[in-house]
Ligand binder design. Structure first.
Ligand SMILES: Nc1ncnc2c1ncn2[C@@H]1O[C@H](COP(=O)(O)OP(=O)(O)O)[C@@H](O)[C@H]1O
Ligand SMILES: [Mg+2]
Length: 315
């Protein structure tokens, strides 16, 4: 870490944050936390708000910095598009590249990759305007189901459906946000999240909520969500989830850091839900929490992410 503080080779970092997705507010918080951490580490840092005016483009083209730290969440930031722009401009950036970002943003394609490799994920069905919902209901063995927009995050637009007559409304709600929607078999069981940092799975966090599921409110608005760290599994079970999550992360072509969400069903079998390539980075977010259990401060985590990118780019 000391090289970051070497006055002879000062590093200039641009934190790209904000974005225009439904997760803009979360990203503003992540970006500010990362900027503060870099300032604490005495790194030269500028923040660039990727808003919908486009006034940020000249700042990026000027590239008066060595590396972009991406603190964007959701479409337009976590989905490979900003990564592609930076690639074209020859600007180094942190985290997953174009392929891993784009693939992980598509929950459906991610599941298809996992299925091909024999990695466990709940049964699902893609829905469009012509889909016979009753046939879907039967195909997925009846209730309950989870309806999801394919490309959204932070549980936005998702609903649990217990009866066939609720399915239409739930699909309509998800369709308002995304032209691609799918339904997934509901998993009854415990939820976990596994943070990945530079080829290693960090301690697993268990998640418990009083809500029906870990929804937007449970994630950001209420303070009765319980984060279990240690996660309550035996060391062997925890190692299994870590190994599976690392495989799931690599399978989707992700790199450097991220987070895999998964559950254990009633039989205790893991079921992979999704990969987050740019998870929340506030000081109470999940990856920083897992990193802290491993002995990393928030600043050290930010620097480790930058270090991984520097190594990839060879500077
Ligand atoms: N198949 C499922 N069965 C039960 N709960 C689910 C299922 N899929 C998602 N959830 C719940 O919804 C939350 C959000 O789902 P997830 O697929 O992780 O999307 P995102 O976090 O990107 O919105 C999960 O953290 C979990 O609580
Ligand atoms: Mg999730």
């Amino acid at each position: 870490m000391s090289e970051f503080l070497n006055p002879e080779s000062p590093l200039r970092v641009a934190v790209l944050y904000g974005g225009t997705s439904a997760e803009r507010d979360v990203s503003l918080n992540s970006g500010q936390a990362v900027i503060a951490a870099l300032k604490t580490a005495e790194i030269d840092v500028i923040g660039i708000d990727i808003n919908n005016t486009g006034d940020w483009l000249p700042l990026i083209q000027q590239a008066d910095f060595d590396i972009a730290f991406l603190a964007l969440h959701g479409r337009g930031g976590e989905d490979g598009t900003i990564q592609g722009l930076l690639e074209c401009l020859g600007i180094p950036y942190t985290g997953s590249g174009v392929l891993g970002s784009a693939l992980a943003m598509d929950k459906l394609k991610t599941k298809q990759v996992w299925q091909t490799l024999g990695l466990p994920t709940p049964g699902y069905c893609w829905i469009d305007a012509s889909t016979d919902l009753e046939a879907v209901w039967r195909k997925l063995d009846g209730m309950p189901l989870m309806v999801k927009p394919v490309h959204e995050g932070s549980s936005i637009g998702m609903s649990k459906v217990d009866r066939l007559d609720q399915l239409q409304d739930a699909v309509a709600k998800a369709s308002d946000l995304d032209s691609c929607v799918f339904v997934e078999q509901w998993v009854t069981g415990k939820e976990f999240t596994v943070s990945i940092l530079n080829g290693e799975a960090l301690p697993v966090i268990g998640l418990e909520t009083n809500h029906q599921f870990y929804d937007y409110e449970a994630k950001y608005l209420v303070n009765d969500t319980r984060y279990l760290l240690p996660c309550g599994l035996s060391p062997e079970e925890e190692r299994e989830l870590q190994a599976l999550s690392l495989r799931a992360f690599n399978a989707v072509g992700c790199q450097d850091w991220g987070r895999v969400d998964l559950m254990l069903n009633e039989k205790g079998e893991p079921q992979l839900l999704e990969v987050n390539t740019l998870p929340g980075m506030t000081d109470h977010s999940l990856v920083p929490m897992a990193a802290q259990a491993k002995g990393y401060s928030f600043s050290e985590l930010v620097l480790a992410i930058i270090q991984a990118a520097k190594q990839r780019y060879g500077f």
